[in-house]
Ligand binder design. Sequence first.
Ligand SMILES: Nc1ncnc2c1ncn2[C@@H]1O[C@H](COP(=O)(O)OS(=O)(=O)O)[C@@H](OP(=O)(O)O)[C@H]1O
Length: 277
Amino acid sequence: MLNQFGSSVKKAKKKKRPEPRTATFLIVGVMKASTTTAAKILSSREDISFTYNELHYFDKADNFSKGKAWYEAHFEAGKKERGEKTPVYSFYPEAIRRIHEYNPKMKLVLMLRDPVTRAYSQYNHMRQQTKKLGAACFLKVDLKKTFREYLEMDEAKDGEPVTLDKTAPQTMLRRGYYMEQIDNILKLFPKEQLLVLTQERYNADPLAENNRIFSFLNLPPLTALEPVHEHARSYEEEMLAEDKEWLAGKYAAHNEKLFEFLGYRIPEWTTPAEDQK
Ligand SMILES: Nc1ncnc2c1ncn2[C@@H]1O[C@H](COP(=O)(O)OS(=O)(=O)O)[C@@H](OP(=O)(O)O)[C@H]1O
């Protein structure tokens, strides 16, 4: 058939645009706050594409250099939400900046834990990994150094900018300054795009707390949930009482700022002995 200009008209074949695979939400923190348990639950939902393994795209140079196509190949198109969890993202301002550049509409879930027990869980994890993997361990620690020595090394760097350098993964104290991380997120993202949960409540009432995540993502709630407990580790030694007290003192002012931001206190968290009177 000819058109008005005399050229033949072929039936226009509509080119199908590839469906987006952009990540729409992330669990950005914090290490040791039940983030793997949350990942297991999220990855079991049919309406979400969620990568159980940590992708470390926005923080690790070798992954980031692989580009967006590599990252998005981990997600399925056609799902209501796509996401992953890498619980170190919230610690690095540069990772948060990259996330914002990637998708300014990204929804961020930040799971927090008593910073005192969080720090010790990280130290315990790192010691066990170092013993298992030796020199190849990404989170390698010097097994001769005590928990307190690591904390004091961190303390000496308080106030310095947090950068994506090789020593940052070993940071234990600073990762518990949660309001620093929240302030940094809120410099780029509106408050409505951030959901803050606490591990203590998440573990105590997983159905309600997971439903908070689903509601944040505009997804229907679950009516039941099988118990999940990922990444449980045994402890060779308990935290020393004096380290606990020292840490509680270091975190007290940071926690106060957090409670003010949240609008509620978290009584489950360790408080310095003098504040318990
Ligand atoms: N359901 C439930 N109940 C109680 N405790 C729980 C649960 N799920 C995870 N956990 C504890 O959370 C810690 C692991 O957190 P993460 O998965 O975020 O760790 S990681 O950052 O991915 O390494 C790890 O804490 P520690 O055992 O103190 O190291 C887990 O035992």
